[in-house]
Ligand binder design. Structure first.
Ligand SMILES: Nc1ncnc2c1ncn2[C@@H]1O[C@H](COP(=O)(O)OP(=O)(O)OP(=O)(O)O)[C@@H](O)[C@H]1O
Ligand SMILES: [Mg+2]
Length: 236
């Protein structure tokens, strides 16, 4: 997380070997991405912020299959994985469309499907929901949450509510790492939030106002309110 121009997308490009560091060193799973970009890209899948940087093939289905082709997956299995990935992002029926005819959100879904099909060890997603409609955003976040069980995910976002269940939140500002904290710590640090132009999601503003502790979702908040009300009624 961090303000516009903080350095998030630059970090993503460094991890993928698209940029070389002016100083210091980058290692991904022990490999230098500038030296071994193809080995790194096989294990670290990147969804870029700009949808036009994500698509390469003439048709949607080829684009989703692109990463798999480079991996030497069997044709039969490839077809299955492409089909499943396209279904997972809600783009059935788009298989033979040309990527340049798609909307921004549709392009991002195609790119995401391509990464999901490869299932690399590490997923790097630069604002993956920024262009999606509300339902698409929920679907993608659900999918990311499930993948977290087996993969490392670096999720760049401006929306704190999307990462309240993250293991760590790294804040980048002015090209520097200014914080590496748990979500629970971050939401209590008003100074850190303000200095980095981060806003508390409404669900947390309400739970703070009511003294209810850390609520990640509206459902958590509703439960906490009902519990508190029940306790009050008991005391009376
Ligand atoms: N190729 C480049 N040449 C010069 N400056 C660049 C280049 N790429 C990025 N920058 C600058 O580096 C800074 C960090 O940019 P970056 O894209 O990493 O920000 P970000 O944290 O992803 O921001 P946003 O939230 O707006 O996506 C910005 O000030 C940007 O203008
Ligand atoms: Mg960016």
């Amino acid at each position: 997380m961090g303000p516009n121009g903080g350095g998030k997308s630059t970090l993503v490009r460094l991890l993928n070997g698209l940029l070389k560091p002016d100083s210091g060193a980058v290692r991904v799973l022990g490999l230098d991405p500038a030296e071994k970009p193809f080995e790194v890209r096989r294990r670290l899948g990147v969804l870029f912020q700009d949808p036009d940087n994500n698509l390469v093939a003439p048709f949607v289905e080829d684009d989703v299959a692109f990463g798999l082709e480079n991996l030497g997956v069997r044709r039969e299995e490839m077809r299955e994985r492409v089909k499943k990935a396209i279904r997972d992002v809600g783009l059935e029926g788009f298989e033979r469309r040309e990527p340049h005819t798609l909307s921004g959100g549709e392009k991002q879904r195609v790119a995401l499907a391509g990464i999901l099909a490869v299932e690399p060890d590490v997923l790097v997603l630069d604002e993956p929901t920024a262009m999606l409609d509300a339902e698409g955003r929920r679907e993608v976040l659900d999918r990311i949450r499930k993948l977290r069980r087996t993969k490392t995910i670096l999720h760049v976002t401006h929306h704190l509510e999307e990462v309240l269940d993250a293991d760590r939140i790294l804040v980048l500002n002015g090209g520097r790492l200014v914080a590496d904290v748990s979500p629970e710590r971050l939401v209590l640090d008003a100074g850190l939030l303000r200095e980095n132009r981060l806003a508390l999601p409404p669900v947390l503003r309400i739970s703070h106002e009511l003294g209810l502790g850390f609520c990640r979702t509206p459902e958590d908040l509703a439960r906490a309110i009902l519990q508190k009300a029940a306790k009050r009624a008991e005391l009376r």
